[in-house]
Write a protein that binds this ligand. Sequence first.
Ligand code: SAM
Length: 390
Amino acid sequence: MSTGTTTTPSTAQASGGDEATDLSKQYDTPLGLAHTTMQALKDRIKLHYDLASDYYLNLWGEHIHHGYWPTESSKANDSKETAQLNLIRLLLSISGLLPQERDGNGEEKQLRILDVGCGIGGTTRYLASALAAAVTGITISGKQVQIASRLSRSAAAAAAAAARGPGLDAPPAAAASGGGDDDDDDDADGFIPLGDKGGKVRFVELDAEQMGDYFASSTSSASASASSPGREGGGNGGQGLFDVVWISEALSHFPNKVLFFRNAHRLLRPGGKLVLADWFKAEDLEDGVFEADIKPIEDGMLLPPLCTQQEYVGLATDAGLKVLGGPKDISKDVSKTWDISWSLVQNPSLWAFAFSQGRDGIAFLQAFRAMRRGYANGSFRYAVMSFAKP
Ligand SMILES: C[S@@+](CC[C@H](N)C(=O)[O-])C[C@H]1O[C@@H](n2cnc3c(N)ncnc32)[C@H](O)[C@@H]1O
């Protein structure tokens, strides 16, 4: 998408509040379309990401999550891309994740990570490279799987070219594939090797609510082939298939959060970690504030009822996990994301595209204002937290 003729009204930058722009006023949309069933909501979420992911890539880059500006210096200097990486580093830090872990015999072994609701794979690739890990990304959107795989093959080809050094041509097979959609270099389990430290990624189109049974029916996390879902094997109900379950800004989309925490517990090995970043409503909101601030976010962003941070802690501990880090509320250090985003979407072609996608497209853009209002009022919150399986 072109963000070319951006008109950036002063109101979009001037405050952290809820200002409409001339452009957004043209598309005022009544809010409050009920989700008739949770499956209908999931269908709308899938459609949204199938349609919008190319636009996300152009607007936000490879990460579809908030930026984190932890200090005054960071707020003054860090781009949104740097701030998005700051958020991943914060999650690594609160969960104490290191490049490799040693097993009981002191042997290094490769971390197996499940990135739930992986978007177009920005975090999946980052974790594979930074931790030399085998990372499986799952998303409900088939379009995101395509984009994530393409970006990963391009990154792998670029890393291979850099390793060869200037002036050295790629071997004929690699040159022919060009790092695009070709899966010739994928390993037998469908992983795309990234760099020379052993990191690798693969992407599976999967409703996360199925992830417990899906991976349980595979031989192991490393061989749960993307191309052969549902293969028999394992026999242990999927226990212990991953060292880390990572979920960044996806759980708020899931209707059944109890099931997610149970599945995370089931798929983690003892000592394994659940690492989480998400959107929340503040504790003890008055009805009027909830209606004005939170409802438009739930509606436009396709969310079942938002939880509080303590509700997630309760669900995780009920599922048998123990708190490792957080919850750390970083609302004031991430809210700038929506000031930038509101400016970025002051583009008539983008609203026209959203309009062509129907009411959900417009409600999505209008929700950007609600995000700014919620942060400014303190009713909408952002937090990170991590848990361990005893
Ligand atoms: C806001 S994006 C976050 C993407 C990514 N985690 C990141 O941090 O860049 C939300 C993601 O959740 C995924 N998602 C939503 N509901 C899902 C479900 N039921 N199963 C799997 N993925 C889902 C979407 O497809 C999308 O990739």
